[in-house]
Design a protein around this ligand. Structure first.
Ligand code: HAM
Length: 439
């Protein structure tokens, strides 16, 4: 009988992963409480229309990635692809947006029918935060500093922060038009997909991964040229505040985001350790969404992080730290093990050589290999001593007045090479001691 498997792109979180995620959620919830955020939990199933009206009909999420549930009556239902729309829907429905400010957070599975690959599942877990009823630089700075605090609490290091300003409704509309005209005039340069985006959602062209398109876009109108004075000043102030608080965002004028509800500041934290799916966390301001979904105009902002990507980054980081620690301990190991090979005369010659080297180089950590076995066994012994290299002295080397050096710990490995006995060998080992001292 065919064995039953989990559905493609949907993964089991086995106890170790589930517990590790729970620990991270616990740490995050302490940080969130410290910033005044309160937990809200929302249904996994919502009406299709909620996302069509918020995420946008011309986005990939709505156009290609929705899990739609067939219903014999009523409006189509979907598995939620993200949390912002549901959170705003709930805030309107229960009157939360009537109180001046709300800081809300949620976590749970989201569903997108994307092509699965490393860091990209069809069911994935997000932790999202939404600040409703807040405008101005202080709220944007707070949100980004909350992100940085979450990374600290979870021990995530080395994420890159990119930021952009998409403008308010008016500046974005002017920019959209200018970009669309620029794209359509060059229609012969683009393939069908770019043309389709140029017509329906021109800002999404900026997202293209195609190198040729990206290069061509270097000449395209930039959003920064279309911002109002107030938007430009606010963005500059935000960057200053962030830098004052040790965040160093890179401004990326092509950062647009794949969901249509954003206005103003948008950002993305990404990791170099994840390959193509590098975005760990993303978000921004969405001042028009409450109104679009039937509420009163309410400025809002938020972000969501992907748990699987957080955990992949943490695993890769732990691996790199273990390797670095191994490298450090190698720095403190012996400089070289001298291995005489074969003839008894090699052993006598090695004793003499070791004695001379130690006399000439008092700081040298040189160990003589004593004991039988073949070369592999001798190398293993040297490795156990955490030696940086071995010096091989066999009949051939003795005849030619050299030693063969084999580096045991070296990236990239340089294999084996020869050094002449006498002053060249002294000089070579002196450098080795120096490297150990400065490493
Ligand atoms: P998003 O950029 O679509 O934004 O997703 C946020 C994060 O969820 C991504 O940075 C990534 O870590 C994770 N993610 C997205 N898709 C997948 C996938 N297929 N597999 C694994 N992880 C994934 C939003 O969802 C917005 N609701 C964020 C937001 C909140 N904006 C304002 N408030």
């Amino acid at each position: 009988m065919k064995s039953l498997q989990s559905v493609r792109g949907m993964h089991d979180l086995l106890p170790e992963q589930a517990e590790s995620m729970q620990r991270l959620v616990q740490g995050a919830s302490d940080v969130l409480a410290g910033f005044g955020y309160r937990l809200i939990q929302l249904p996994l199933i919502e009406q299709f229309e909620l996302f069509a009206r918020s995420v946008g009909e011309h986005t990939d999420v709505i156009g290609k990635e929705m899990y739609t549930l067939a219903q014999s009556d009523g409006d189509p239902l979907v598995l939620r692809p993200e949390g912002t729309a549901g959170c705003v829907r709930a805030a309107i429905q229960h009157g939360l947006v009537r109180t001046p400010q709300q800081r809300l957070w949620y976590h749970g599975p989201m569903f997108r029918h994307e092509r699965p690959q490393k860091g990209r599942q069809r069911q994935f877990w997000q932790l999202g935060v939404e600040a409703l009823g807040m405008q101005g630089v202080a709220s944007e700075a707070e949100l980004l500093l909350l992100g940085a605090s979450l990374w600290r609490a979870m021990g995530l290091k080395g994420l890159r922060l990119e930021i952009n300003h998409l403008g308010g409704a008016e500046s974005r509309a002017h920019y959209r038009q200018a970009l669309q005209e620029w794209l359509l005039v060059r229609a012969d340069q683009w393939d069908g997909e770019i043309m389709e985006r140029a017509r329906s959602n021109p800002l999404r062209v900026l997202d293209s991964k195609d190198e040729a398109v990206r290069t061509a876009l270097g000449e395209a109108p930039q959003i920064s040229e279309f911002l109002s004075d107030a938007e430009r000043a606010g963005f500059a102030e935000l960057l200053e505040v962030l830098r004052e608080n040790d965040l160093d965002p890179q401004v990326n004028t092509h950062l647009v985001r794949g969901l249509d509800y954003y206005t103003g500041v948008v950002f993305e934290w990404s990791s170099d350790r994840l390959g193509a799916q590098s975005a760990v966390c993303a978000g921004g301001r969405y001042d028009e969404l409450v109104e679009q979904l039937g509420g009163q105009p309410t400025p809002c902002l938020g972000f969501a992080l992907g748990w699987e990507r957080v955990m992949l980054h943490l695993d890769a980081q732990a691996e790199a730290e273990t390797e670095a620690a191994a490298g450090d301990s190698r720095d403190s190991a012996v400089d070289a093990v001298l291995i005489p090979l074969g003839e008894a005369s090699a052993s006598r010659r090695a004793i003499l050589m070791a004695n001379q080297l130690r006399t000439e180089l008092p700081g040298l950590h040189l160990v003589m290999d004593i004991g039988g076995g073949n070369l592999a066994k001798k190398l293993r012994r040297a490795d156990r001593l955490r030696a940086r290299q071995v010096l091989l002295l066999g009949e051939d080397e003795m005849e030619r007045g050299v030693v063969s050096v084999k580096l045991l710990y070296d990236a990239p490995p340089q294999g084996q090479f020869e050094v002449a006995q006498g002053s060249a060998l002294l000089e070579y080992l002196r450098t080795s001691i120096h490297e150990r001292g400065s490493g």
